[in-house]
Design a binder for this molecule. Structure first.
Ligand code: ADP
Ligand code: SF4
Length: 693
């Protein structure tokens, strides 16, 4: 199909200093948990973005001094020649598809733990670090340190040019780099020429920019990544005052202004807390004060929103990290007029969560992310099966839908049976919770894709029994029947049933999602799950007029959300909704009209009036059908499907990303002999030096 001329502007080349971007799709630097630790995986992932049409593809942050060692995070380094090998390979991959390669040079300043290098961190002032509240203190940079830092930055820029990078990004963003620390009044109380006035606090950033330009000349563009607002009101940089003044003072110096807000939790907001294009109001002034190209991010997945941002004069380039993770082929799909094939990011920050746990990132929408090299999975290409077989998938949640989509691409005859009239399983139900509507994209993309496949038949309102499954005579059967929340309190902290939880006024998230509501007006939510579910149900019930108390055994509610950067926003929302939080609290018994709790901090029992209780603790697989089938097949000894598997939550309840991944994997491995004793992917090998002198 031809591209809609409405989107032509997105495919206009753009001159950025001495280089020209082939289009307006800019994959901004983003962490991915691979970096130098799993370099082949990182290279495969970046190359895929270029193949998918992103005109500029950047590294994640790349630290260039041992005192700026980002360990344990798997970022990139530019410490010595050894780093040139994998960074050079990344550049090659990006150039292979005609895209530009950018590198983001960084020193995380006073928040660099230097866990590997053991160097003393430095920054504008002596201060303890905030990172993990580690008992480490950074020292104030003296003039010699500043000179060393500038020299190292210059050297790294030159090295990056030698490797072939087209954009050298000088990074003062996210409240996480030396120049941003110098710029922030809260971090910089120096009395020398690097402290005090805005001009002084901006001095180091200006020096870096000037020196980088002077060093590399026209070999590459020198661009900035700059936070115009620290989102802390007058205590920090604001786009209406110092944020704007800083851009004005350096307006024509960089070849591109890539602007956003700080810190990372404000920049990478989830869809629960911010809509597409949410940074526009903060960055809109930038194009008015510079003639240089401007870019921003804001989870843009719609080409109409992208075109609109350019036409309204907000940006010239559309920056994207998460949308490029969810769909590395987004630009190609717009170019080829295949908008219905775009796999839109749902804004869940699971990718961020895994990076924050220092693991290779994963994506809810794109199960191939990070597996491009490791498993050889291409996000768009699935090989045809050697022969067509009949694949029956029972359950059309995220796991079943993804399994059906991939089996359809393989050319199998696919039957997808779903008990409910509506497809989507848990994503359909959960997307009705406050703030989670974008999650329905997991369903919509897959239902849209299989709807156009003549070889995939979907049966709605068809709850299959074991006998019916066998009657269908499929070659392969996948049971993707999901999971059920427990009512008895079993979870991370309690492993024996809580007395009284069998009563009718005790509900689970499944009951709430099915439209059930607690009786009366006072509700206790017990959260031993520690992710989003209890919080969004609290928000829902509170909006409906319930008096909600949220109790959890941990010192904080929804602790895991610290990884998805939602922890602060979630707390703010719960407070705003009037939810009473009871941390350090264990549920000991449920009675009529009240619950018995234990305050584990003060070691005392607490009684609380509660008309209804919602237990958010853990889930069990809905695997009855699987076991029935297994027994029936064994009893029949012969006949029945060639393979029978459990997929997704039916195997082990988890996050949606895991269900999608397992559904994808199931079909990719269909008919392939897999020895479970062997490692199921390619490994990264390090070279061990011979002999110890
Ligand atoms: P997952 O996350 O693993 O995909 P979900 O709970 O989202 O799991 O989806 C499971 C789906 O399976 C639900 O839509 C449910 O209605 C459906 N289902 C459960 N049992 C059967 C059955 N016997 N026949 C058909 N569909 C079923
Ligand atoms: Fe988007 Fe979620 Fe994928 Fe991250 S994990 S790219 S937020 S869909």
């Amino acid at each position: 199909m031809a591209r809609d001329p409405r989107y032509d502007i997105l495919f206009e080349p753009l001159k950025i200093g001495p280089v020209t971007a082939p289009n307006r799709f800019y994959q901004v630097p983003h962490c991915n948990g691979m970096g130098r630790v799993y370099p082949n995986a990182m290279i495969g992932m970046r190359g895929m973005k270029a193949e998918g049409g992103w005109g500029i593809v950047c590294t994640e942050q790349c630290d260039f001094l041992a005192s700026g060692d980002a360990s344990p995070y798997a970022e990139t380094n530019m410490w010595d020649k050894g780093d040139e090998t994998y960074l050079g390979r990344m550049v090659e991959e990006v150039h292979r598809y005609g895209s530009l390669a950018g590198i983001e040079l960084v020193h995380n300043g006073h928040d660099t733990p230097n866990l590997y290098s053991r160097e003393i961190p430095f920054g504008p002032m002596h201060r303890p670090m905030n990172w993990s509240l580690a008992p480490i203190q950074a020292r104030a940079m003296d003039k010699e340190d500043i000179r060393t830092y500038r020299r190292a930055h210059r050297k790294a820029a030159l090295r990056a040019c030698d490797i072939g990078f087209d954009l050298i990004i000088v990074y003062a963003g996210h409240d996480g780099t030396v120049p941003s620390h110098f710029l922030a009044r809260e971090h910089n109380q120096r009395t020398d020429e690097y402290g005090g006035s805005l001009e002084n606090r901006l001095r180091l950033f200006r020096e870096l920019l000037e020196e980088t330009k002077e060093a590399i000349g026209d070999t590459a563009a020198v661009t900035v990544r700059f936070a115009v607002d620290e989102m802390m009101g007058p205590a920090g940089l604001e786009w209406q005052n110092e944020g704007r003044e800083a851009v004005e003072m350096l307006a024509e110096l960089p070849d591109l202004w890539d602007v956003n807000v700080a810190d990372w939790s404000n920049d990478s907001k989830t869809s629960r807390f911010a809509p597409e294009g949410y940074q526009e109001e903060y960055v809109a002034f930038v194009k008015k004060v510079t003639t240089k190209p401007v870019s921003t991010v804001g989870r843009y997945t719609s080409p109409d929103a992208m075109v609109s941002a350019i036409r309204r004069g907000i940006v010239d380039l559309i920056g994207a990290a998460r949308p490029s993770i969810a769909d590395p082929f987004l630009p190609k799909k717009v170019e080829e007029g295949r908008l219905e094939d775009i796999r839109e990011c749902i804004g869940c920050n699971v990718c961020v969560g895994w990076t924050q746990m220092t693991a290779p990132a994963r994506c809810t929408q794109n199960p191939t992310f990070g597996e491009e090299w490791r498993k050889g999975w291409h996000p768009e290409i699935v090989s045809k099966a050697e022969r067509e077989e009949h694949v029956l998938i029972v359950g059309a949640g995220p796991a079943g839908l993804e399994a059906a989509r991939v089996a359809g691409l393989q050319g199998h005859r696919v039957t997808l049976a779903e008990a409910e009239e509506e497809l989507g399983g848990r994503v359909t139900r959960e997307s009705r919770l406050p703030g989670l509507s974008a999650w329905a994209r997991v369903r919509d993309y897959r239902v849209g894709q299989i709807g156009r496949m003549a070889n995939v038949e979907v049966y709605r309102a068809s709850r299959l029994t074991a006998a019916q499954v066998l009657e269908l005579g499929a070659d392969h059967v996948a049971i993707a029947t999901g999971s059920t929340w427990r009512r008895d309190g079993f979870g991370r902290h309690l492993t024996t049933p809580v007395p009284g939880t069998g009563a009718a006024h005790v509900l689970t998230p499944d009951d709430i999602l099915a439209g059930g509501r607690p009786p009366g007006s006072k509700v206790l939510l017990f959260d031993d799950d520690h992710y989003y579910m209890a919080s969004v149900i609290a928000e829902l019930l509170s909006a409906e007029g319930y008096e909600v108390t949220l109790a959890t055994p941990l010192p904080e509610v929804a602790s895991w959300m610290v990884h998805t950067l939602e922890h602060g926003a979630n707390h703010e929302r719960l407070h705003g909704a009037g939810v009473t939080l009871m941390p350090n609290t264990m549920l000991t018994a449920v009675e009529s009209g009240r619950v018995l709790l234990r305050d584990t901090l003060r070691r005392r029992e607490v009684e609380l009036a509660a008309d209804g209780i919602v237990m958010v603790t853990s889930r069990l697989p809905e695997d009855g059908l699987f076991h029935e089938l297994q027994q029936a097949i064994e009893a029949a000894s012969g006949g029945g499907p060639r393979t029978l598997r459990r997929v997704g939550d039916c195997q082990a309840p988890g996050i949606i990303a895991t269900a999608v991944y397992e559904g994808h994997r199931y079909t990719r491995e269909l008919g392939v002999e897999v020895d479970p004793c062997e490692v199921p992917f390619r490994r990264e090998w390090r070279v061990i030096e011979a002999g110890m002198a």
